[in-house]
Ligand binder design. Structure first.
Ligand SMILES: Cc1ncc(C[n+]2csc(CCOP(=O)(O)OP(=O)(O)O)c2C)c(N)n1
Ligand SMILES: [Mg+2]
Length: 576
């Protein structure tokens, strides 16, 4: 039979359950856009910038059962989207990147948008495909989907030359998609060994990353069986409910929240799940896991990469943890309820919030006051999206997350500009759930036009802009060593002007007294499908534990000579 490439792309995307595509049409993909217009299953979403499209596709994958998908033009669209593709790659998020390609049937070069897209995307995708015939289109998209969603997930790229899209060509058949299962056989001996180590430990602890985000029930059961405290990474913040008595918060070392630092002080056996011990997760490798480290991950490459594991277990977190729980239960009864530990965690958490609330924010918004109010007004299943900056770590330390996948942030690629488009997309995919962004003013400037996308589609996204007038995560790091701020102080921005321009509602939260009402009004707007930008005049004069910890860890690692140089310069710049 004969089909156009555009028809084949639509068919394949429908088969694998794509619900939205994000991008901007151009001459290399209008035929496919026109095909999608016929689809009852797929909604093509127009964005203002392909960087936003990629962050939106990422957020679809993180917060729904559909795979985030891009439909973009070659070269210019692909390079714009590269930031979000890179984020998905380093954070292990499935994504399909479909781009047009230049014509392959004219014998001409110096074509519009001509570039080696395969080479550009190879380092930030799991695999790239360039289809050369109509018959390859469906198989390539099915294979791309399978690769993107199996093992450690990630983005996969498929280039479809425009001439294939435009013109009909012969295909043998149009097969339905059949899900392939790829379960790795579990290493039962290793699981038994791990169970014995955990059961025998005096003070076992769990450290969960994003890879454990769909295994909350299993993690809870193991934590309760062992009476073990549970910490998470930044990306894995939602892997364990913060309102569980054994939840300690982000981190395990000196840069962790106090409840976690204290609960893990004597940890003699650690169960780490779906956590790569990367730079952010370890606050610059400032943690010290015990020798009895049990490391569970779907990607064996992470084992022993930064910290040696006593036992490593390859596999899906849910499957491994379910087996581990069974193995623990064969060893004896559950450990007695760890009341003292729970009381200590609860005390430490309360004391930390109290320390923040007591901080004098003068006439600005105290971050803890804001998050206490936000938590009060949000439902348990709400989705909190953060960008990258000081506001990220404030959110992680001060905002308890109650549901799995209820917090998403750009973590290892660490790309500013993520949150505004991600809020828009997460709310598009979850219209009945509250979706709020905590967004630095600098990050908001990068992609704030995706609030226009929200307004155009009637998406009730809530965009809390933490307005401190600086690129604070960096300016804070400049203060002590340099005693001056180079390129980190922002020009004043009229955020109401942005709201007016994009058709969003606008609210200003000027001080603590305005928090409760401002948050209430924002959520009320969103409930009526009206996107809302909130200018939060936040006070950043108190540092997070993460920032203090990471600065100390890095400074301590400097050689004596470099320490002297930095301290000398800092002192010199403070001389009158
Ligand atoms: C694309 C990109 N550019 C630069 C950086 C470096 N960077 C990390 S955090 C940060 C500051 C972010 O400022 P803002 O969004 O205002 O958040 P704040 O730290 O003030 O909360 C910068 C510049 C980055 N992570 N990503
Ligand atoms: Mg800022």
């Amino acid at each position: 039979m004969k089909k156009t490439g555009a028809w084949l792309v639509r068919f394949a995307l429908e088969q694998i359950g794509v619900k939205y595509t994000f991008g901007i049409p151009g001459v290399h993909n209008t035929e496919t856009y026109d095909e999608l217009n016929n689809s009852e299953l797929i909604q093509p979403v127009l964005v203002t910038h392909e960087g936003g499209a990629a962050f939106m596709a990422d957020a679809i994958s993180r917060t729904s059962n559909h795979i985030g998908t891009l439909l973009i033009v070659p070269a210019a669209g692909v390079t714009h989207a590269a930031s979000g593709i890179g984020e998905a790659f380093l954070d292990g998020i499935p994504m399909l990147v479909i781009a047009g390609g230049i014509r392959t049937d004219t014998g001409k070069t110096y074509q519009l948008h001509e570039m080696d897209q395969q080479a550009l995307l190879a380092p930030i995708t799991k695999k790239t495909f360039k289809v050369e015939s109509h018959a390859e289109i469906i198989p390539a998209i099915y294979e791309a989907y399978h690769i993107a969603t199996s093992g450690e997930p990630g983005p996969v790229f498929v280039e479809v030359p425009v001439n294939l899209q435009l013109f009909p060509g012969e295909v043998p058949d149009t097969p339905s998609y059949v899900t392939r299962t790829t379960e790795t056989a579990l290493d039962h001996a290793a699981i038994e060994q791990a169970a014995k180590m955990l059961y025998a430990a005096q003070s076992p602890g769990m450290f969960l990353g994003w890879g454990a985000v769909d295994a909350s029930a299993e993690s809870i059961a193991i934590a309760e069986f062992l009476g073990a405290p549970v910490a998470t990474t930044l990306q894995g913040l939602s892997a364990f409910p913060a309102n569980h008595a054994l939840h300690t918060g982000m981190g395990i070392g000196p840069a962790a929240v106090p409840a976690a630092t204290n609960a893990f002080k004597n940890c003699d056996c650690m169960l780490a799940v779906g956590n790569r011990f990367g730079e952010i997760a370890t606050a610059s490798y400032g943690v010290n896991p015990p020798a009895k480290l049990i490391h569970v991950d779907i990607n064996r490459k992470v084992f022993n990469a930064n910290y040696p594991a006593a036992v490593s277990i390859e596999g899906d977190a849910r499957a491994v943890l379910a087996e581990l729980l069974k193995a623990l239960e064969t060893l004896g009864a559950a450990k007695p309820d760890n009341g003292r530990l729970k009381a200590a965690i609860s005390r430490d958490k309360a004391a930390y919030i109290d320390e923040w609330l007591k901080h004098d924010s003068k006439d600005r918004v105290n971050p803890a006051r804001f998050f206490v109010e936000l938590r009060k007004q949000l439902a348990d299943d709400a989705i909190v999206v953060s960008d990258d900056g000081n506001h990220t770590f404030l959110t992680a330390e001060l905002m308890p997350i109650h549901s799995a996948r209820g917090f998403i942030s750009p973590t290892d690629f660490n790309c500013m500009g993520y949150a505004t488009p991600a809020v828009t997309a997460a709310k598009l995919a979850n219209p009945d759930i509250q979706v709020v962004g905590i967004i630095g003013d600098g990050a908001f400037l990068m992609t704030c036009m995706e609030t226009l996308t929200a307004a155009s589609l009637g998406i009730g996204g809530v965009y809390f802009v933490f307005n401190d007038g600086e690129l604070s995560q960096i300016s804070q790091a400049q203060e002590i060593p340099y005693n001056r701020k180079t390129c980190t102080v922002l020009h004043e921005v009229n955020f109401k002007g942005v709201a007016d321009a994009t058709g969003c509602e606008f609210i200003c939260i000027e001080n603590d007294a305005a928090c409760a009402d401002g948050i209430h009004r924002a959520l009320a707007c969103a409930a009526q499908n009206r996107p809302v930008i909130i200018d939060v005049r936040v006070d950043y004069s108190k540092r997070t534990r993460f920032t203090k910890g990471i600065v100390k860890t890095n400074l301590e690692r400097f050689t004596l000579g470099n320490k002297a140089r930095f301290i000398g310069r800092a002192l010199l710049r403070r001389m009158p």
